[in-house]
Design a protein around this ligand. Structure first.
Ligand code: SF4
Length: 244
């Protein structure tokens, strides 16, 4: 029996995309089981606090921000109060976080914009959030996902590194990473996916020396072997907490 002729018309091969989607979602499920407590490691109770602590967390640790923020919000609980703050007092409160002049500037401009443009409320839309002074797409997505329960992908340094190591994207531009990875997952999973990857990046898949031999998603990772694969050596690299 003769073989059927080869098709000459182009047939889209979706198998690679499908397997990538399956692999990516499997990784997210395993990370969700590994880190059931994954969440933002910054403390906040309102959208305004979420916005402020996220802005303050640049160039410092979440732990330091969490130590400084109670006094900050006791003195300036909302945008109107912070916009009218005494600059020297505000500088003193954010002093332990470093870059205190720049951070004070950011908080004063941000609070004033919230009062003047949004009636003292934090907007719950990406296009409005990114127009606020000092608020980039990453901060906006943190606020959307964590303060408003709207799906947002937060491409910080951990998320970008892990997405590339896991073979989900080759892009380095955060916006392109956000779109490529976002296409692999249902929107409703975006916020938790961000927490899972960031927690894994802080605890196991470090920038230098990832703990590959102790990694729960190693079998789906094309970068397995970038760090020690010996389980004993790798286990020593694991951190139980995020950034100190
Ligand atoms: S196998 Fe290694 S590179 Fe891949 S996710 Fe795990 S720790 Fe990171």
């Amino acid at each position: 029996m003769s073989q059927s002729p080869r098709r000459l018309t182009a047939v889209p091969d979706t198998s690679l995309g499908t397997s990538l989607v399956r692999r990516a979602r499997k990784v997210d499920r395993v990370l969700a089981e590994t880190y059931p407590d994954a969440r933002s490691e910054l403390d906040f109770t309102t959208p305004f606090e979420c916005l402020v602590v996220t802005v303050l967390s640049a160039q410092t640790t979440d732990k330091r921000v969490n130590l400084a923020s109670p006094a900050l919000f006791a003195a300036y609980p909302d945008p109107a109060a912070m916009a009218a703050a005494d600059r020297a007092h505000l500088e003193k409160l954010v002093g332990p976080l470093g870059f205190f002049r720049a951070k004070t500037d950011s908080l004063l401009k941000l609070s004033a914009a919230l009062v003047e443009q949004h009636g003292g409320q934090v907007p719950d839309r990406l296009d409005e959030l990114v127009k606020l002074p000092g608020v980039g797409r990453k901060t906006a997505n943190v606020v959307l996902g964590n303060a408003f329960g709207k799906p947002g992908i937060t491409v910080d340094t951990h998320f970008g590194r892990l997405a590339r190591r896991l073979g989900w994207t080759e892009e380095s531009d955060p916006v392109k990473v956000e779109h490529e990875v976002g296409a692999l997952f249902p929107k409703r999973d975006w916020t938790m996916l961000s927490h899972h990857l960031i927690w894994h990046g802080r605890r196991c898949c470090h920038a230098r020396n990832p703990a590959c031999g102790a990694c729960p998603v190693a079998r789906w990772c094309p970068s397995y072997g970038e760090g020690p694969t010996d389980p004993v050596k790798a286990a020593k690299l694991l951190r139980t907490e995020g950034r100190a």
